[in-house]
Design a protein around this ligand. Structure first.
Ligand code: SAM
Length: 242
């Protein structure tokens, strides 16, 4: 039976002839689960240096060492579109982070709004979900997960050269692709919490010159559903789906 060529994220510099020692759980997976032997192939990526074909130099039960042979795919970043979102509770946040990664968000930024339900954000869990999505979906680029920030602070320090697409369920229903016709990357998207933005937050967003409010139709979606909807519309309108 043909051996699986595993695809692994490694948080180490990748270059030709480099030797990469895998973490214990990855070593266990290759040596004990897949039963790979020295000379067998694996593929590694780190989100920045592209994807590399490697071969096992050592295959100990607790320590596997890979030697990198050749670059198989360059790390081409997706369009410069950040995804800002009010953190959700566990399973829905896991889903949101995985889908935003698959849909090509360049960076993920948790934004604390007045009605955000999650008091603290588990960045390690978010980063693990980003990596899981990248490993499973053959992604070579891995979005950065940024530290949480309050909505006010994010807007006060905003780089006006980056358009902000505000998902506004109270906006007049209209063609979102048309609403985005004057927007170009670098851009960012912001989606509210399950309880929505407050009246004050909506007024603050709509008063900003770099903000474009977009309606996603007549039905109110849950925040994780809205993530998939708006990222699809934005990739189609200004991203790399064209
Ligand atoms: N305020 C909503 C309500 O009255 O039930 C709850 C907010 S909704 C669950 C979470 C977020 O998803 C919203 O803040 C908005 O950013 C986005 N969203 C959901 N449906 C939307 C729509 N139809 N158009 C634009 N944004 C939407």
């Amino acid at each position: 039976m043909a051996k699986t060529t595993p695809r692994l994220f490694v948080d180490q510099k990748l270059e030709a002839k480099a030797e990469v020692t895998l973490a214990p759980e990855q070593s266990h997976y290759l040596a004990n689960v897949l039963r790979l032997q020295p000379g067998d192939a694996a593929s590694v990526f780190n989100g920045a240096d592209g994807e590399w074909l490697a071969h096992l130099a050592e295959a100990g039960k607790k320590k596997v060492v890979l030697r990198l042979e050749q670059l198989t795919s360059a790390a081409k970043p997706p369009p410069d579109i950040d995804y800002l979102f009010a953190p959700l509770k566990h399973a829905r946040l896991d889903y949101l982070v995985q889908k935003a990664t698959e849909l090509g968000a360049r960076r993920l930024r948790p934004v604390m709004t007045a009605r955000t339900i999650a008091e603290r954000v588990n960045l390690e869990r978010m980063r693990a979900n980003v990596i899981e999505a990248a490993e499973q979906c053959n992604l070579v680029f891995v979005p950065e997960v940024l530290e949480p920030i309050s909505l006010n602070a994010a807007l006060q320090g905003w780089d006006a050269g980056r358009a902000l697409i505000y998902c506004d369920e109270t906006a007049e229903i209209g063609d979102p692709l048309k609403a985005l016709s004057k927007v170009t990357a670098p851009a960012a998207i912001v989606v509210g919490p399950e309880g929505g933005f407050t009246i004050e937050e909506r007024a603050m967003l709509k008063a900003l010159p770099f903000v474009t409010a977009v309606s996603l139709g007549p039905r109110i979606m849950r925040a994780d559903t809205a993530a998939v909807a708006i990222l699809s519309v934005v990739q189609a309108a200004i991203g790399d789906w064209r």
